[in-house]
Write a protein of this length. Structure first.
Length: 164
């Protein structure tokens, strides 16, 4: 993943994801009916969704490609009584792959927004604390003077002042 983290070109990342999907399709084809790799197609789609700079069209392309590759691997390794069944399964996988990929993409975008809002809130909190510190200091000085003068008047000049 370190090597992929340094790649900036979105088309290169999409090509890597499609290559992994094709490799999974080849493994799915070679294992035949005995072992299904349908859940593993989500790995490159998920990684593509979570990669920075990924667009919705990349997710849709990869999910469509994964559904077609899965359909071809299943169609050529199993016997179906009707062509409708593998097409229906491929469509169901297309919907499932697309939903998961898009949900991960939107989750990543929401997480970026939350982090930005949190950093703004931290800056505002620091500014508020600074303001309250200044205000408390500025209020403490006059109140301390008034308190000292009133204490002096009460203690020292109590006998000289008449209650009226």
């Amino acid at each position: 993943m370190i090597v992929i983290g340094k790649i900036e070109n979105r088309l290169t990342i999409l090509a890597i994801a499609l290559l992994i999907i094709a490799l999974l399709g080849f493994l799915d084809y070679k294992t035949g009916e005995e072992l299904s790799f349908s859940i593993f197609y989500l790995i490159p789609i998920s990684l593509l969704s979570l990669y920075r700079g990924t667009k919705v069209i990349s997710i849709l392309i990869s999910t469509f490609f994964a559904s077609i590759i899965w359909f071809l691997a299943e169609y050529y390794t199993r016997e179906y009584s009707n062509l409708f069944f593998p097409i229906w399964n491929a469509f169901a996988r297309l919907v499932m792959y697309s939903a998961i990929g898009l949900l991960l993409l939107y989750l990543k975008e929401k997480d970026k927004r939350v982090n930005l809002i949190n950093s703004n809130l931290k800056a505002l909190n620091e500014e508020k604390n600074k303001f309250i510190g200044i205000a408390a200091h500025d209020l403490r000085s006059p109140i301390g003077g008034i308190y000292s003068l009133s204490d002096l008047l009460i203690n020292e000049y109590n006998n000289y002042v008449s209650p009226k």
